[in-house]
Design a protein around this ligand. Structure first.
Ligand SMILES: Nc1ncnc2c1ncn2[C@@H]1O[C@H](COP(=O)(O)OP(=O)(O)OP(=O)(O)O)[C@@H](O)[C@H]1O
Length: 339
C-alpha cells in the first residue's frame, strides 16, 4: 500500500485582478505518495505553477483556500516561521530559470553552504564545504572544487541548473517540486538534467512533482500523471493507463498533437484554441466545452466531477463518452462511447 506524503484537498488559489479574486487553481484535490513521481501536464496558463507555488507557500498576494497536508501538517494554514523550517529541508524546489534562482553576487559554494547551515547549525565550516563538494559531485558537476569558488554567471545554463538541483536536494527533501526544470536549457542539456532527476528519484527516495510540457519525458519518468485544464484536473491515472487509454478530450488532444515516428502525420488531431485568461475562465459547466463546440451540449455535465472509470483512473465530465475529433474520418472514433 502506497504511503501518502502530500494530500491536497479542495485547493483554491485566487489572484486579485481589479476588484475581484479569480481562481487559477480551482477546488483541486490530489495526493502524492512517498517515492512517487507525479507529472503535471497542461497548456500554458492552466495553473500548474500556481499549484506548485501554493504547495511551497511562495505566493505573496494570492488567496489560498483548502488544505495542503504534508505529513499531516497543513502547509496552507501554517505560520511562515514554521514553513521556513520545512522549505529547503523537507520541501525542495527546482525552479524554471536557474539564473533567477541563484544569487549573482555570491559564489556557488557559499550559496549551498548557506542552505545547509540554515537547517543544521552544528555543521562546522569544513564539514559544510565537504558536503557541498559531495553535492556538486552528485549532480554531475566536473571539478566541483573550482565550481565552488565560481559565481553563477561563470557557469553554463546546464551547470547552473545542476547547482539549483544540488541546492534543492542539499538537506534531503522528502518532497521535491520541479517546475519545468529544463525550460531554459537547450535540448541536449535538457535530457541530461532529466536523467539526473531520474537518478535522484531512486537515490533520495523523495516524492516528486514534475511539471512539464514534454509528454516524452512524462512517459519515461512518471509513475502517475495529472492533466490540468483551466485550474482543474481533468484526468489523472497511472502513466501506463493515461498513455494507453486517454479519455478526456483534452488529454486525447495533447497526446494526439505529438507526432511520433510511426504515425501518419495527416492523422495528427489538434484541438484549436487556447486556455482562456483567468478573468475569462468559464466557472460553470464543462470548462473544455468551448474548445469542442461540435460535441452536443447535452454530453456535458452541469457540474462536472471527476469520475473513477477504473481503479485510480479519474476523468472529469461525461463528455469524453461522446467525443470524437472533427477531422476524423473513421467511424470507430465517431462511435467512441464508453458505457
Ligand atoms: N500573480 C498573478 N497575478 C494574476 N494572475 C496570475 C498570477 N500568476 C499567475 N496568474 C494567472 O493564473 C493562471 C495560471 O498561471 P500559471 O503560471 O499557474 O500557469 P502554468 O500552467 O504554470 O503556465 P506555464 O506553463 O506557462 O508556466 C494564468 O491565467 C496566469 O495568467
Amino acid at each position: 500500500m502506497s504511503e501518502k506524503l502530500l494530500e491536497i484537498k479542495n485547493l483554491k488559489t485566487s489572484f486579485r485582478i481589479k476588484d475581484d479574486y479569480h481562481a487559477a487553481v480551482d477546488n483541486l484535490t490530489l495526493t502524492v505518495n512517498k517515492n512517487e513521481l507525479l507529472a503535471i501536464v497542461g497548456e500554458s496558463g492552466c495553473g500548474k505553477s500556481a499549484l506548485a507555488f501554493s504547495v511551497m507557500g511562495l505566493h505573496t498576494r494570492a488567496k489560498i483556500e483548502g488544505n495542503i497536508l504534508f505529513k499531516n501538517q497543513d502547509l496552507a494554514n501554517m505560520p511562515v516561521s514554521k514553513l521556513n523550517k520545512l522549505r529547503g529541508k523537507e520541501l525542495g524546489m527546482i525552479f524554471q530559470d536557474p539564473l533567477t534562482a541563484l544569487n549573482p553576487l555570491m559564489i556557488i559554494g557559499d550559496q549551498i553552504r548557506e542552505i545547509l547551515y540554515l537547517h543544521n547549525k552544528n555543521f562546522s565550516k569544513s564539514q559544510q564545504k565537504a558536503k557541498v563538494i559531495d553535492l556538486l559531485t552528485k549532480v554531475g558537476i566536473p571539478r566541483p572544487e573550482r565550481v565552488y569558488q565560481q559565481f553563477p554567471h561563470e557557469l553554463s545554463g546546464g551547470m547552473r541548473q545542476r547547482v539549483v538541483i544540488a541546492m534543492a536536494i542539499a538537506n534531503g527533501p522528502e518532497l521535491l517540486i520541479a517546475d519545468e526544470p529544463t525550460t531554459a536549457l537547450d535540448v541536449t542539456i535538457q535530457s541530461q538534467i532529466l536523467d539526473l532527476i531520474k537518478e535522484l528519484k531512486e537515490d533520495i527516495e523523495a516524492g516528486i512533482i514534475l511539471i512539464t510540457h514534454d509528454l516524452g519525458v512524462v512517459a519515461e519518468m512518471a509513475d502517475r500523471v495529472a492533466v490540468m485544464y483551466a485550474g482543474q484536473i481533468v484526468e489523472i491515472a497511472d502513466v501506463h493507463t493515461l498513455f494507453s487509454n486517454p479519455l478526456h478530450p483534452y488529454t486525447r488532444s495533447l497526446l494526439n498533437s505529438v507526432p511520433n515516428a510511426v504515425q501518419d502525420k495527416s492523422k495528427l488531431h489538434v484541438i484549436q484554441g487556447i486556455v482562456p485568461s483567468l478573468q475569462n475562465l468559464p466557472r460553470e459547466g464543462c470548462r473544455f466545452s468551448s474548445r469542442i463546440p461540435w460535441i452536443d451540449q447535452s454530453a456535458h455535465e452541469e457540474n462536472p466531477e471527476l469520475h473513477e472509470v477504473s481503479p485510480g483512473h479519474f476523468v472529469r465530465c461525461t463528455c469524453h463518452q461522446h467525443f470524437y475529433f472533427p477531422d476524423e474520418d473513421g467511424k470507430e472514433e465517431q462511435n467512441h462511447v464508453i458505457s
